[in-house]
Design a protein around this ligand. Structure first.
Ligand code: TMP
Ligand code: ASP
Length: 242
């Protein structure tokens, strides 16, 4: 299938229609932003890395029974995906304290947590993606009780699968953000209304620390000006392919 019309341009991806309304093409960009778009830059090769890595991971998750929007890779930066209505929720899982969790609760980065944490943010750039709880989500009708149960179940399954997978690549999964979508129409695999994993799983959306050195191997290198940004993305992609 081929790109027809650009439907949406986000901070890191463009989304195109195809001849079939049930399918879209996502095109990953090298553009990088942080702090809700306040910091802007380019990470050469990031589009290729994030596309390649997301597709490898989505394939691995599908094998473990987690439905995803992935259909087929079209080029180094482009992928055919199922069209879904994205739930306006950023689903964050934290295995180790870092980032905004450390800041908000005054816990040093790297502290082990007594329990894996699931957080929701309301996906809304104007509001700065505020933290939101189950009652807020139901009150604002962002998802139903059943949808929330499904999302929560998948999120923990995905965490187990990712932790194990990244460890085989010498990476410790500190935390990550995922997004889910609702199928618009049914196909061979899913019925209309089913919740499936969408968006991406990449160094932009995960914190990954090298198991041996503790070095940050993710977008924090860009957010925090740690240097070797491009090289780190390439290294993560190389490990994914091993
Ligand atoms: P945080 O500690 O800044 O809240 O980030 C938690 C995780 O979510 C981290 O792995 C990075 C990821 N993330 C995104 O994918 N998009 C975002 O806009 C933000 C703020 C975080
Ligand atoms: N997606 C964030 C932004 O709004 C960046 C981040 O990942 O921290 O720019």
């Amino acid at each position: 299938m081929e790109k027809k019309e650009m439907l949406y341009e986000g901070k890191a991806k463009k989304v195109y229609s195809t001849e079939d309304p049930n399918y879209l093409i996502v095109s990953y960009k090298d553009d990088a932003t942080a702090f809700n778009g306040q910091k802007k830059g380019q990470i050469t090769g990031k589009g290729i890395v994030n596309n390649t890595m997301s597709n490898i991971i989505f394939g691995m998750l599908e094998e473990r029974g987690i439905p995803t929007h992935f259909v087929e890779q079209i080029s180094e930066t482009d992928t055919l995906v199922r069209a879904v209505k994205i739930l306006p929720l950023e689903v964050i899982i934290r295995n180790v304290a870092a980032g905004s969790f450390s800041k908000r609760y005054g816990v040093p980065e790297g502290s082990e947590l007594a329990k894996t944490v699931l957080e929701f943010s309301y996906k809304n750039d104007e509001l700065g993606d505020p933290l939101i709880n189950d009652d807020h989500i139901l009150a604002l009708e962002l998802a139903t009780v059943e949808e929330l149960d499904t999302v929560r179940g998948y999120a923990f399954m995905i965490n187990d699968a990712l932790r194990e997978f990244f460890l085989t690549k010498g990476l410790k999964l500190i935390d990550f953000k995922i997004e889910f979508g609702k199928c618009l129409v049914g196909d061979d695999d899913d019925e209309a209304g089913d919740i499936i994993l969408a968006d991406e799983i990449s160094p932009d959306t995960c914190r990954l620390w090298d198991v041996k050195t503790g070095e940050k191997m993710d977008k924090d290198r860009f957010r925090r000006d740690l240097g070797n940004v491009e090289e780190t993305y390439q290294e993560v992609m190389a490990r994914m392919k091993k």
